[in-house]
Write a protein that binds this ligand. Structure first.
Ligand SMILES: [Fe+2]
Ligand SMILES: [Fe+2]
Length: 167
């Protein structure tokens, strides 16, 4: 496997696990507010990030590469509001998008055609992720300090199920 691509993917595995860790920290914060729906949504999101990491993990092996697991940084855990915690997730998704695009550039530079389909999956996935998280942030801004609306939204978010990752 191309060494530059392999190293970039190993770094991305770590970032996906960090995302899972951050979303679990946000979930824990929502638990302290008794917002069970928000907590379970973020917990599902944390699971999804782990499947992203594993998708890269499996790919590296399928190409005859080696996986190196790097230390996972401690995530931010102090948030001042429901919105602020969700905005932390949006900020992180934007960073992930930029990193995915960097990897796509490396793949192009190295002419690693075998990795193109996989990275394109991540490019598309990021469009969806940013859109979903940003929609929720917008709704939270509309809700503002209106507690009944917040509790209704919490109920709605509780219905989220883990989506199976497309191969
Ligand atoms: Fe991800
Ligand atoms: Fe994500």
């Amino acid at each position: 496997m191309n060494k530059r691509v392999m190293s970039a993917m190993n770094t991305q595995i770590n970032r996906e696990f960090y995302a899972a860790y951050l979303y679990l920290a946000i979930s824990a914060y929502y638990e302290t507010l008794s917002l069970k729906g928000f907590a379970s949504w973020m917990r599902e999101q944390a699971k999804e990030e782990q499947t992203h990491a594993m998708k890269l993990y499996d790919f590296v092996f399928s190409r005859g590469g080696t996986v190196t697991l790097l230390p996972i940084e401690q995530p931010e855990a102090n948030f001042n509001s429901v919105l602020e915690a969700f905005e932390a997730a949006l900020d992180h998704e934007k960073k992930v998008t930029a990193w995915i695009h960097e990897i796509a550039t490396i793949i192009e530079e190295e002419k690693d055609y075998a990795s193109r389909t996989l990275i394109q999956w991540f490019v598309d996935e990021q469009i969806e992720e940013e859109e979903t998280v940003s929609d929720i942030c917008e709704r939270l801004k509309m809700i503002g300090e209106h507690k009944p609306a917040l509790f209704m939204f919490d109920k709605e978010l509780a219905t989220r199920q883990t989506e199976p990752v497309q191969e």
